[in-house]
Write a protein that binds this ligand. Structure first.
Ligand SMILES: [Zn+2]
Length: 134
C-alpha cells in the first residue's frame, strides 16, 4: 500500500482505527461498489486503494460508521469524525440497512398512498362521468 498521494506526493498520514488499513487520516468508502479511497490532506484528491487490501477495511469502515451516533448524512453521502480527527466518508445510499430506515420508508409510504389516491380518484371520475354506465 502506498503512503504518499498519487497526485501531489504528500504524506497521507496514518490511523490507528483500522488495523488492516493503517494509511490515511480521512477515508472515503462505497461498500456497495467495493471502493475505498484515501483522501489527501494536502491536495484533497482521492487515491483509490489497491483491490486486494480494501475488502476488510471497507467492512471495518462500515462498522465504525454505523457504530457512531453523531454523523451527518444526506441522500448520497455520510460523514463521521471519529476520535483523534480520523474522518470517514460513506458514499452511496443504502439507508435500509444502515439503521436510517426512515429515510426510505416514510417517503415510500407517502408515494404509495398518493398513487393509490390518484388511482381511486380516476376510477371514481370514470364511473361518475361515463355516459354508457348510466
Ligand atoms: Zn495529494
Amino acid at each position: 500500500m502506498y503512503s504518499a498521494c498519487l497526485y501531489c506526493h504528500g504524506n497521507l498520514g496514518r490511523n490507528e482505527m483500522l488495523p488492516n488499513f493503517e494509511i490515511g487520516r480521512r477515508l472515503a468508502f462505497d461498500s456497495k461498489k467495493g471502493r475505498l479511497w484515501v483522501v489527501c490532506r494536502h491536495c484533497a484528491r482521492w487515491n483509490l486503494s489497491p483491490l486486494e487490501q480494501r475488502w476488510e477495511a471497507i467492512e471495518e469502515c462500515e462498522r465504525q460508521f454505523r457504530r457512531t451516533r453523531i454523523r451527518v448524512s444526506t441522500a448520497n453521502i455520510g460523514l463521521v469524525e471519529l476520535r483523534s480527527g480520523f474522518t470517514l466518508i460513506r458514499i452511496g445510499n443504502n439507508f435500509l440497512f444502515s439503521g436510517e430506515w426512515w429515510i426510505v420508508v416514510f417517503p415510500g409510504t407517502a408515494l404509495a398512498t398518493l398513487i393509490l389516491a390518484v388511482n381511486l380518484l380516476g376510477d371514481w371520475l370514470r364511473d361518475a362521468l361515463n355516459p354508457k354506465l348510466r
